[in-house]
Design a protein around this ligand. Sequence first.
Ligand code: HEM
Length: 152
Amino acid sequence: MIDIDLVLAIAHHVAVFSVFGLLIAEVVLLRPGLTADRIKQLGTIDGAYGAMSLLVIIAGVARVIWGAAGWEYYVTNWAFWAKMAAFLLVGLLSLPPTLAVMGWRRKLAAEPGFSPDAGEVARLRRFFAGELVAFAFIPAFAAAMARGYGAL
Ligand code: HEM
């Protein structure tokens, strides 16, 4: 008999660690003096980051619905909602870098030597810094809610 709660927990953890790894890869790659290859690489990694985030949501929602605790456990828990808010914040903060990289790739197609200026790169790095700070709260809220803290 397959333990669906275990399978979903494994999927959730693998997706979560992948998302975090991809976020760190973007932080490392986004530096002044970006070359065409780097911009393309950033675009690929950002796409994977989006796809993996979707998997986190699918596995997370599935855990709420089919997990061992039952959905009532989570919807009545403020630590769960705080975790959702932190996750949403990470998602919102990821939008400006995603849109910028998409724009750079379009510019590259028209102008092969294009490289964004250092000010623009610095501005986008601040969004990544914000994402990292907001991200750190997610496992904290997750651990709390998994242990019954936050019950309303
Ligand atoms: C990047 C985003 C996320 C991270 C880093 C994350 C992290 C975690 C971690 C570390 C746990 C294990 C907690 C523990 O057992 O100590 C967990 C559990 C869980 N997460 Fe997430 N999560 C994320 C997104 C989501 C989303 C979007 C949902 C639902 C919509 C969700 C729903 C759940 C559920 C239901 C559990 C099980 C808690 C329990 O054992 O009772 N997660 N998460």
